[in-house]
Design a protein around this ligand. Structure first.
Ligand code: SF4
Ligand code: SF4
Length: 202
């Protein structure tokens, strides 16, 4: 089954995935109309900044077993086996925040949502854009990401491609020019920082 795969080495921190996600979960599904909606739709993916300001798109991993699901006493969190997706039922959520404390990745937020009862603050997180997938579309964050830092593919294929990229780089003498674009940028950044910090020097 295809999954959203995050390639942090490619992320340029543009944050386009965030409004795309918020729009996909709005009433209107239209960016300009969504801004005027109440409650204002919010993203379920959040781009964080690393030590060197490199971007990292953080989203639900849909863990199995899922710590958030195990922590939810009212049973609001469940796994849809067909979609292989961990979902939250806003009608059952009591806003106790147990799921956020259990989640190791900090991807759950609490706010009003157009899919929840009006005025009710509930736990909200990525739902793998299952409504879009039912329409034959790919998740909104993947569609909008122009540098392919988010891809929607079979995990096995992604792992094989990554292994091949690294193997080719190694057989070519680990020249930075031959590394995948993001790897080269990351390696240069780390090299620069190591020099700055005098790591490995007497
Ligand atoms: S919310 Fe956190 S713990 Fe729950 S499935 Fe997603 S990443 Fe895993
Ligand atoms: S906040 Fe809602 S979804 Fe999270 S554990 Fe509590 S009841 Fe369950």
């Amino acid at each position: 089954m295809k999954k959203v795969i995050v390639h942090p080495e490619r992320c340029v921190g543009c944050m386009q995935c965030m409004p795309a996600c918020a729009t996909a979960h709005s009433r209107s599904r239209n960016l300009f109309a969504a801004i005027l909606e109440s409650p204002v739709p919010k993203p379920r993916i959040h781009v964080g900044a690393g030590l060197y300001q490199e971007g990292f798109p953080n989203r639900c991993r849909h863990c199995d077993p899922a710590p958030c699901l195990l922590a939810c006493l009212p049973g609001a969190i469940f796994r849809d086996e067909e979609l292989d997706t961990v979902l939250i039922d806003p009608d059952k959520c009591i806003n106790c925040a147990s799921c956020a404390m259990a989640c190791p990745f900090g991807v759950i937020r609490y706010h009003e949502d157009c899919h929840a009862p009006p005025g009710k603050v509930v736990a909200v997180k990525c739902d793998n854009c299952f409504e879009r997938q039912e329409q034959g579309l790919i998740p909104a964050c993947v569609e909008v990401c122009k540098v392919n830092a988010l891809t929607f593919e079979e995990p096995g294929e992604a792992l094989k491609r990554k292994t091949d990229e690294v193997a080719r780089s190694v057989s070519l003498g680990v020249s930075q020019a031959e590394l995948p674009a993001g790897f080269a940028r990351f390696a240069l950044l780390i090299g620069h920082k190591r020099k700055e910090l005098h790591v490995g020097r007497p």
